[in-house]
Write a protein that binds this ligand. Sequence first.
Ligand SMILES: NC(=O)c1ccc[n+]([C@@H]2O[C@H](COP(=O)([O-])OP(=O)(O)OC[C@H]3O[C@@H](n4cnc5c(N)ncnc54)[C@H](O)[C@@H]3O)[C@@H](O)[C@H]2O)c1
Length: 251
Amino acid sequence: MFAKDTVALVTGAATGIGYAAAAAYSKAGCRVVVSDRDTERGEAAAAELRRTGADAIFIACDVSDPEQVRAMHGEIMELFGRLDVACNNAGIEGEQAPTAESSLDNFDRVISINLRGLFVCMQEQLKIMQKQGSGAIVNLASVAGLIGFAGLPAYCASKGGVVQLTKTAALEYATSGVRVNAICPGAIKTEMIDRITHQDPETEKAFDALHPMNRMGTVQEVADTIVWITSPQAGFITGQALAVDGGMVAR
Ligand SMILES: NC(=O)c1ccc[n+]([C@@H]2O[C@H](COP(=O)([O-])OP(=O)(O)OC[C@H]3O[C@@H](n4cnc5c(N)ncnc54)[C@H](O)[C@@H]3O)[C@@H](O)[C@H]2O)c1
C-alpha cells in the first residue's frame, strides 16, 4: 500500500483514534512517529507498538505550543530526512454549555488545540512536503464540523474551521504532489466519548441512535479510513471532508 520507508506522523496518538491510526500505519509497513502531550502514555503507546514489531518512536508535543510543534517537525527531519504522511488528530472536546453561557477560557483552549494547533502542524508539514514534492495530510475534523451540536459551540467552530483549512490547503498545494483531506467521524467509542456519556447505558443508547446504523463507530473503522485516504490508493482525492458516521449527516 505504502512505499518502503514511508514515514507517518500521528499527533494525539497515546490513545483513542490516534493510537488506532498509529497501529494501522505500522501494520501497513510505515515507520511511525507517535506524538502526544502526555509523555507517559505516549511512550507506553510507542513501546506497545514496538512490541508488535512496529518501527515506532515517541516524540512529546503539545500542539497548542507552536515552538513544540516546530521542534517536533525538526526532530523528524533530523531523524528520518522526510515526512510522507501526517495525521493531525490531537484534539479536545472542551466543556459543554450553551453559547451564551460558554466561557471564553474554554473557547480559547479548544481553538488553540483543535484549530490553531492543527494549523501550525499543517504549516510545518506543508513546507516539508512541498520541498519533497509529495505527501498526504489527513486532519481529524468531526461531524461537528459539518452540522451543529447544541452545547458544543467552541468544538463545532474548531471542527468547521478544520474543514475549511483542509479545503484551502488542498487547493494551494494540489500541483505540489501534496494531498490534504479531512475525516469527519460520528461518535466513536473512545475516552473522549466516555467522558461525555459517563458510560451511562441510557446516554450511550441515545448516542447510538444519533446514527442511522444505530451504533457508535469503532476506532478501527476510523483508522482504516485515515490510512486509506493518505495512501496512494486515494491518489486523486484531495480537499474532501469525508464523514465516517454510520450515515448521520446523510439525513
Ligand atoms: N471520539 C469521537 O467520537 C470523535 C468524533 C469526531 C472527531 N473526533 C476527533 O478525533 C480526535 C481524537 O479523538 P479521541 O476520541 O481519540 O480523543 P481522546 O480524548 O480519546 O484522545 C485524544 C488524545 O489527544 C491527546 N491530546 C489532547 N490535547 C493535546 C495537545 N494539545 N497536544 C497533543 N496531544 C493532545 C490526548 O493526550 C490523547 O492522547 C480528536 O481531534 C477529536 O476531536 C473524535
